[in-house]
Design a protein around this ligand. Structure first.
Ligand code: ADP
Ligand code: MG
Length: 583
């Protein structure tokens, strides 16, 4: 029998590889932009027509190629970035697999012009379906420009698979933004059908974020800057209340490469737990720097996925860093948009260490010290700068006061903190119920008179399904007879409530949200009860009650926002008041 196995021609293997690397016009943009970045460009211009389906042009002012390389670069597995296999573990460039240009060339028509700085003339190469059609000398500015036409012209099935111009353009913008965020020192522009979509000037990260996403992001960013042993995490996260209904604006970069990591995203969301409204997604642009030996980026041809040697460690790094940034963003100064490179990380860390060192009991009494310490700007603050007993004698006599109910005013040094009493109580209850739930221990306070609440059949049915969860919050509640429940006790700290009203309104909400209640039932029950059991806005409070509320608030894991992301307190300092008087 004749042998039937033969080697595939390179035009076919290239097309197979292209299947993995090049899925749509945006994949081409990504590969070309990465090449321009690797070529040390300062200016990169991207022009597309019809969502990139008919024409893509990328122009850079990078190092360019000589004539020999201008042809070689289209060969499969040809790269200038990697020599031996050990290089795979210290990759500093975006590309390394040497398969992008050969893949693109197998499914498109390409015209490339390139010139190196030291050469007189440049080279033009025309290649179509992996076949070189023409090589010639041209005059050209330094750098490389690549024009790609008719993507998938030779694979109709894939061409038909492409979506509308608008959808393809959306993908292009996404890739463009990822690269632009990771390379703030480069000027980028993007045009579609001759209309300018982006024109980004070299800047720092915060300004780049604003130029990409809009001026209103100026108010929304919280800085993150953490250094651990061999891991660094920096960038910006969005304030919880500015979260969006869509997941789009979330970016993790590892060693400056955009990656998709549901695992790290989960770590981040854990830190936002209790701060976000339902089905909302926080904004983030975070850069993780790790030793390149401790990761593997060669997991997928698109280089969008990554493997960490120690995944758990990365998870914890993200979670604890974000926790910290969220916990202090209300008490740190607003961001200086022109100087975000030297984040003052010492301040952040001192605060955190102190926070961890003081047990929560001690923290109750010392919250002013901790709070003050975290507030101090610029100055290096050590223990000697904390408010000591003598300095704070004035402080001690300065009791909180209820004015313009629901507000509680409290002076702290040269500033006034203004708390919303109901919202602060909601946060306190939320954390208390949550802890009860977690520890499965309920410390309810027995009522003198049990309250019987009669319900109709459907409501009773609903109630009985959730009765165990409600018990776990600390409610001593039971089924009574065929259609009522009896409440013998309520969680300590929530004494203000009308039980009947509580249960009725809870059932009302259950009915309204019946569907959504199933996905995170416990969290919703906790939130709903915390909202219902919080003190009323008009309730008059004794001084001791106010003090206790403030202390309890600052013992909370998160003290500046309610579980739904509402602000709990604001602060005004003397300078701000002076301004009202023009002094
Ligand atoms: P990789 O980027 O993985 O090396 P590519 O197929 O994307 O593989 O590119 C092949 C080679 O072509 C690169 O290694 C680089 O030497 C050269 N090259 C590609 N694009 C450019 C560019 N814009 N400027 C200079 N050289 C380039
Ligand atoms: Mg490349």
């Amino acid at each position: 029998m004749k042998s039937i196995i033969h080697k595939l021609p390179s035009s076919v293997t290239n097309q197979i590889a292209a299947g993995e690397v090049i899925q749509r016009p945006s994949s081409i943009i990504k590969e070309l932009l990465e090449n321009s970045i690797d070529a040390d460009s300062n200016n990169i211009k991207v022009i597309v027509y019809e969502g990139g389906k008919n024409k893509i042009v990328v122009i850079d002012d990078g190092i360019g190629m000589n004539q020999e390389d201008a042809v070689k670069c289209f060969d499969k597995h040809s790269t200038s970035k990697l020599k031996k296999s050990s290089d795979l573990f210290k990759i500093k460039t975006m590309g390394f697999r040497g398969e992008a240009l050969s893949s693109i060339a197998s499914v498109c028509q390409i015209e490339m012009k390139t010139k190196m700085k030291d050469l007189e003339t440049g080279t033009k190469v025309i290649i179509e379906g992996s076949k070189i059609k023409d090589i010639s000398e041209v005059s050209k500015r330094n750098g490389t420009s690549i024009t790609i036409k008719n993507i998938f012209y030779n694979i109709p099935a894939r061409r038909n698979f492409l979506k509308s111009d608008a959808v393809e353009l959306r993908h292009i913008i996404d890739e463009f933004q990822r690269i632009a965020l990771a390379n703030c020192d480069v000027n980028f522009s993007l045009f579609n059908n001759d209309i300018e979509i982006h024109n980004l000037k070299q800047s720092n990260l915060s300004n780049r974020i604003i130029s990409i996403f809009g001026n209103n992001y100026r108010e929304q960013l919280i800085q993150c800057n953490e250094e651990f042993d061999k891991i660094e995490l920096k960038g910006f996260i969005g304030k919880p209340k500015n979260s969006k209904k869509t997941r789009g604006e979330q970016f993790f970069f590892v060693n400056n490469r955009f990656i998709k990591s549901p695992y790290l995203n989960h770590a981040l969301l854990k830190s936002y737990e209790g701060l976000l409204e339902d089905k909302k997604f926080p904004f983030y642009v975070l850069f993780i720097e790790v030793d390149s030996k401790s990761i593997d980026i060669n997991v997928h041809p698109t280089k969008n996925e990554i493997k960490f040697d120690d995944e758990k460690l990365m998870y914890n790094v993200v979670k604890s860093s974000i926790n910290k940034s969220l916990g202090i963003h209300n008490v740190t100064p607003s961001i200086n948009f022109d100087a975000d490179i030297n984040f003052t990380s010492t301040r952040v860390r001192q605060y955190d260490e102190m926070y961890q060192n003081v047990s929560s009991k001690k923290r109750n009494n010392d919250w002013q010290v901790v709070f003050e310490d975290a507030k101090s700007e610029n100055t290096r603050i050590g223990k000697q700068n904390m408010i000591n007993e003598e300095d704070s004698s004035d402080q001690k006599s300065n009791d909180p006061i209820q004015l313009l109910r629901p507000y509680i005013f409290k002076q702290l040094n040269d500033k006034i903190l203004i708390f919303h009493q109901s919202l602060m109580h909601e946060r306190i209850l939320y954390e208390k119920y949550k802890a009860n739930f977690k520890n499965k221990k309920s410390n309810s306070q027995q009522s003198l008179f049990p309250k019987y609440i009669e319900l109709n059949k459907t409501d009773f049915q609903l109630m009985s399904e959730l009765i165990n969860e409600i018990k776990l919050l600390g409610f001593d509640i039971d089924i009574f007879g065929t259609n009522s429940v009896v409440i013998n006790g309520i969680p300590s700290g929530s004494e203000d409530i009308n039980e009947k009203h509580l249960i009725e309104s809870f059932i009302e909400e259950l009915k309204l949200n019946n569907e959504s209640f199933s996905d995170d039932k416990n969290e919703k029950i906790i939130r709903s009860f915390a909202k219902r059991c919080r003190i009323r806005e008009e309730k008059k409070l004794e001084i001791d009650e106010m003090k206790s509320l403030i202390d309890q608030l600052f013992s909370c894991k998160i003290f500046n926002y309610t579980p739904d992301g509402e602000k709990i307190f604001i602060q005004i300092n003397k300078n701000q008041i002076n301004k009202f008087f023009d002094v």
